[in-house]
Design a protein. Structure first.
Length: 224
């Protein structure tokens, strides 16, 4: 699998191509958002993230993976740049626009939820791992299939954070599900990356380009 290191504005990022990649063909694209442990300016550290170490072992992994590096304190410090990167990636010649996905763990799990809420029309499905988000804004995700993962014994990010998000999406009429690992602590990502069915599930979803996006808080004084 070929790997390319690029930069967009101030964001360094990795593009990892599938085996037998061919110019001119369209591929599913997976935006991967790392956790706090990979922050910094060393792009090589991102290459040793468990996501790559594990998914490299999957046979015929079909995705083009785009993995930006967070050099700041959190993804939210570079969030507008990140959104512009997603837009740029969506316009790449290799991108199948109906098959753009997002996956992230811990700090990246929080960002996966928020990125999908901020630009839901871009994503065919998302996999947020041991994260959480603004569940009061979950109506933004009613057209984005979601499979969340969390460790029940997580003391870094409580499992209720994922449960609240999944429940809120479903109460709005969305399609979200959660897998809770009963013995896992914060590391809910290793089991998830190892499970090829997770990636098959992503591929089973295509973006229908639905334009109906709801803001439950619009014109609501109770939200401040």
């Amino acid at each position: 699998m070929q790997t390319k290191i690029s930069q967009f504005e101030e964001l360094k990022y990795i593009v990892k191509y599938p085996k037998n990649f061919k110019e001119g063909e369209k591929y599913p694209v997976l935006i991967f958002l790392h956790g706090a442990g990979t922050r910094g300016n060393d792009i090589d550290k991102l290459l040793t993230n468990p996501f790559f170490e594990i998914t490299n072992k999957h046979d015929n992994f079909p995705f083009i993976v785009v993995a930006p590096l967070c050099a700041e304190n959190t993804w939210f410090d570079v969030f507008e740049q990140l959104k512009r990167l997603v837009y740029k990636v969506s316009c790449e010649p290799f991108t199948d626009k109906k098959r753009i996905y997002a996956m992230g763990a811990s700090m990246g799990g929080y960002c996966t939820w928020q990125l999908a809420m901020s630009m839901p029309h871009f994503f065919a499905a998302i996999v947020p791992i041991c994260g959480g988000g603004m569940y009061w804004n979950a109506a933004r995700l009613i057209n984005v299939p979601i499979w969340a993962f969390h460790g029940e014994k997580d003391t870094v990010v409580e499992v209720e954070e994922s449960i609240k998000m999944v429940d809120a999406v479903n109460k709005c009429g969305g399609c979200a599900k959660i897998t809770i690992y009963p013995e896992n602590q914060h590391d809910a990502w290793s089991d998830t990356y190892n499970n090829i069915e997770v990636f098959n599930w992503l591929l089973s979803n295509t973006n229908k380009n639905r334009s109906s996006i709801t803001d439950n808080y619009k014109d609501g004084n109770i939200y401040g």
